[in-house]
Design a protein around this ligand. Structure first.
Ligand code: AMP
Length: 307
């Protein structure tokens, strides 16, 4: 069972109320791969990097069953660079710098060996590149999940609406759901976005969990209350990687199994925020993941007598 992931592999500079890093590996596809590879192998990565991207980081990913045949390395250019500063609540952030660098002339090519993948995770990336990957696949995957952000809504809304018509699941945060739909009510926003294409919609609400919408159903997964959150960067991508990783592992794309998948995604995201960048994702084991999922079950499990 294979999974194709597409997105950025980057350097990030991050400032939170608890610390600062000037240059740490990041990128949407990096986080998705670290999370998903706990559940499914191979993870077939499509991205682009410059001459500055560390070989050791690629090796870390390869060790986890991530194939990098689809990661293009440009010898004379720099990797994508993003810099952000978090507010005190750690839920909201300002983007300070987005240097596209190699991303500016990226034309993703799906390697022949990736054809036939049953799951596709379109990580946060220019919408027209997300479309190009879908169009190159000879067989439509069983499930296409897509992530995006306000940056692309601001500069490429028409392309974004074209990708939306081609995907099954969209992941956005609450502010992005409002921006995309023009609706303030989250429920109205969800209805309007599901009419744009995706049959399933996940609205992430940071430390307040995530909502899964499908037709007239809605399911809520909390976020684990953590004592220390060091860096929320990549939490959304890690959530996405856990979500699609679980679906690919179980090969079941029903709404009921998606409920489990958003709990798995929330559990993976809860690790990501414990250290800067993807550092924590490199340390965790299957036992850590199982224990954390168990904590989620305890968090929301209750018996109640009808009153
Ligand atoms: P998240 O915190 O889940 O939204 O993901 C943060 C990661 O997304 C960082 O590691 C960035 O390198 C990457 N990123 C930031 N802006 C963009 C963008 N416009 N397109 C693609 N990836 C981005």
């Amino acid at each position: 069972m294979s999974l194709i992931t597409v997105g950025t592999m980057a350097f990030d500079a991050i400032e939170t109320p608890f610390g600062k890093v000037d240059r740490i590996v990041g990128g949407s596809a990096t986080y998705v791969a670290y999370a998903a590879s706990n559940f499914v192998k191979p993870v077939q990565q499509i991205s682009i990097i410059g001459n500055d991207f560390p070989e050791a980081e690629l090796n870390e990913l390869k060790k986890r069953g991530v194939q990098t045949d689809g990661v293009e390395q440009v010898p004379d250019k720099k990797s994508f660079f993003w810099s952000g500063r978090y507010h005190l609540d750690m839920n909201s952030r300002d983007t300070l710098v987005t240097d596209l660098n190699v991303l500016a002339d990226f034309n993703p090519v799906v390697p022949d060996a990736y054809q036939g993948a049953e799951f596709l995770m379109l990580g946060n990336l220019m919408p027209k590149l997300q479309i190009s990957v879908i169009d190159q696949l000879k067989h439509r995957p069983k499930l296409i999940v897509m992530d995006t952000m306000n940056f692309w809504m601001d500069i490429a809304m028409d392309d974004l609406k074209t990708v939306l018509k081609k995907v099954d699941v969209l992941l956005v945060n609450d502010a992005e759901a409002r921006q995309l739909s023009g609706e303030h009510s989250i429920v109205k926003a969800a209805k309007s976005i599901m009419q744009m294409g995706p049959k399933f919609l996940i609205i992430k609400k940071g430390e307040h969990g995530a909502l899964l919408f499908h037709e007239n159903h809605v399911f809520f997964a909390p976020a684990l209350p953590l004592e220390d959150v060091f860096d929320p960067t990549g939490a959304g991508d890690t959530f996405a990687g856990g979500f699609i990783g679980h679906l690919a592992k179980t090969k079941d794309i029903s709404f009921d199994n998606m409920k489990t998948a958003i709990i798995v995604g929330s559990a993976m995201a809860s690790f990501c925020v414990e250290k800067f960048g993807p550092e924590r994702m490199k340390e965790i084991t299957k036992t850590d993941i199982d224990e954390r999922i168990h904590q989620f079950v305890q968090l929301v499990n209750f018996d109640i007598d009808l009153v």
